[in-house]
Design a protein around this ligand. Structure first.
Ligand SMILES: [Zn+2]
Length: 109
């Protein structure tokens, strides 16, 4: 997790390539599931997604509970163990409420 303004050119390229590869993989997967028919029940969530929409459910890679950051009307899900080296990212609403009781890592949680 990093602010876009602090990404290096190499990180931008890596993010672009990873995003493109992920989207291409999901397009292929969803086309294979749909077959020749018109897609039904279109949603932003899918059971096979690693963390998206899986708050508190186990990460498919390491089993740690999926975390979330709520901002405005959006929510971002992530695995603290796999993606932030165990660090819990501050959630504006909960970390303000809990202040010093806010756990700093997945182990503290
Ligand atoms: Zn994980």
């Amino acid at each position: 997790m990093k602010l876009t303004r602090s990404l290096t050119d190499a990180e931008f390229l890596r993010l672009y390539e990873a995003t493109r590869a992920t989207l291409t993989r999901w397009i292929d997967r969803l086309r294979a599931e749909t077959g020749s028919g018109f897609p039904e029940k279109v949603t932003a969530f899918h059971d096979e997604m690693a963390v998206h929409g899986r708050f508190r459910k186990p990460c498919p890679v390491c089993g740690s509970p999926v975390q979330r950051i709520v901002y405005a009307e959006n929510e971002c899900n992530y695995c603290a163990t796999c993606q932030t080296r165990g660090r819990l990212l501050a959630d504006r609403s909960l970390s303000r409420l809990l202040k010093d009781d806010w756990p700093r890592s997945i182990d503290d949680l």
